[in-house]
Design a protein around this ligand. Structure first.
Ligand SMILES: Nc1ncnc2c1ncn2[C@@H]1O[C@H](COP(=O)(O)OP(=O)(O)OP(=O)(O)O)[C@@H](O)[C@H]1O
Ligand SMILES: [Mg+2]
Length: 411
């Protein structure tokens, strides 16, 4: 075949890997696989330089490829550069060693453990009712597994207002108020008292799970923990909740309220890391809260990092054309950095069209080795091998259980 000649400008269009100047602002991540040079990343610096349209990062890849290891390295290295990190839910319990290494704190939530979170612990402020009812409505929607009807929302709002006669109400107080609604407030809302009771009945059944059911002892008393806005890293370890998806979603909903409270008191630039995000994306109420927080992220100096297995995790949410689906797609649109680790071959065309990948980029995805990813930013693409520092290796190791369970004769 005759050799093909073209100017570097033409080649750059055909093979974009060759073009970008080195990404050398921020904390070191690893080695640019095409140039051999170092690759650094800092979403705040790149945003200020106009290279990113928002600081959020989406990280997708099949299991065991090093997604969590990358998130953990970024977290630890960013802390040494003066950033803070918040992990609002760690379902596998693999972030505690990272927090310990970084001088952060770990809050462990689970049946039989002493920690409790009160979802009605509203952030300090002159008007706590607004944030409280938004959170309570999200919690109630999670317990009844559906959206609340307008009349139910009215009943919940009135019950919370009655419960707020105490300084810090609990879910138990709201349950009492749902069972015996306040006649004066029902009359003021133009609702018959028996209708108000009926409107609150389903919600009471749902919320009762948090007080007397399988989730008792986690969310039904005054909070024992406070999020310290000055801690370099805070991890909410949810591994003791096991595979209970409802408890996980509830804990993360409460954790999101903590975040809102802490933001008011803090000016630090902060990573908020949703490892295993595909598990929480199943809950529409939680996705809605995440999305509204992401909208405020830039104003508060927050960079969100969301870890998925594949982009089609976002298509598994709600029905086609539903609010839930568009919320999930909105999260993807709100991540101007997309890091793709190895993908299964059935994911290639969907990933390529969602991210606008070129043919060479797409062909790379099924053959990427562990720790190597395609970094897509608005005006640049890099293939980066994440290099672990020897001091990080033990902290990010999630394979030890596999190795420790190996029988001696198998070694
Ligand atoms: N860049 C790297 N260099 C060497 N080893 C790595 C690298 N990245 C990850 N590993 C190792 O690979 C193993 C799996 O990594 P990790 O837990 O981060 O994968 P994951 O993609 O998050 O998997 P899962 O989808 O199951 O959560 C870990 O034990 C880690 O030490
Ligand atoms: Mg992981």
């Amino acid at each position: 075949m005759p050799a093909h000649r073209a100017s570097s400008a033409t080649l750059a269009g055909a093979y974009p890997f060759l073009v970008p100047p080195p990404c050398d602002i921020g904390v070191p991540v690893g080695q640019d696989a095409l140039t051999g040079g170092p690759f650094c990343f800092d979403p705040w610096a790149l945003y200020s330089a106009g290279d990113l349209t928002n600081p959020n990062l989406l990280l997708a890849g099949v299991i065991g490829q090093g997604k969590s290891a990358l998130a953990k390295s970024l977290a630890m290295r960013s802390i040494t550069a003066g950033r803070a990190v918040y992990v609002p839910g760690d379902p596998k319990g693999e972030w505690a060693p990272v927090a310990q290494a970084a001088g952060g704190t770990v809050v462990r939530l689970g049946t039989g453990l002493p920690a409790r979170l009160n979802p009605l612990d509203a952030p300090d402020g002159p008007e706590p009712h607004g944030p409280r009812i938004r959170l309570l409505a999200a919690v109630a929607a999670l317990t009844v597994h559906r959206e609340l009807a307008a009349a139910e929302h009215g009943a919940l709002d009135a019950a919370l207002a009655s419960a707020e006669r105490r300084s810090t109400p609990t879910i138990g107080d709201v349950l009492d108020a749902l069972a015996s609604p306040d006649a004066t407030s029902a009359r003021a809302d133009g609702v018959r008292i028996e209708d108000r009771s009926a409107d609150g009945r389903d919600l009471a059944h749902g919320l009762r799970r948090l007080v007397r059911g399988d989730l008792a002892g986690l969310f039904d008393g005054p909070s024992t923990e406070r999020l310290d806005p000055r801690a370099p890293m805070v991890v909410l370890d949810l591994s003791r909740l096991g595979s209970d998806e409802d408890a996980l979603a509830l804990a993360m909903t409460c954790a999101s309220a903590w975040l809102e409270g802490a933001l008011l008191a803090s000016t630090a630039k902060r990573w908020v890391i949703y490892d295993e995000a595909w598990r929480v994306l199943r809950h529409v109420a939680l996705v809605r809260r995440m999305q509204s927080q992401w909208k405020l992220s830039r104003a508060h100096g927050i960079a969100n990092l969301m870890v998925l297995h594949r982009l089609s995790d976002l298509d598994a949410i709600g029905q086609h054309g539903s609010e839930a689906r568009s919320l999930a797609q909105g999260l993807l649109a709100d991540c101007s950095t997309r890091v793709i680790y190895r993908q299964e071959s059935d994911q290639l065309s969907g990933t390529a069209s969602a991210l606008g990948l070129t043919r060479p980029e797409r062909d790379l995805l099924p053959v990427l080795p562990r720790g190597t990813g395609l970094w897509k930013m608005p005006h640049r693409t890099h293939v980066v091998h994440h290099v672990l520092h020897p001091a990080e290796v033990d902290v990010v190791d999630t394979d030890s259980a596999m190795r420790d369970h190996t029988e001696p004769h198998e070694r």
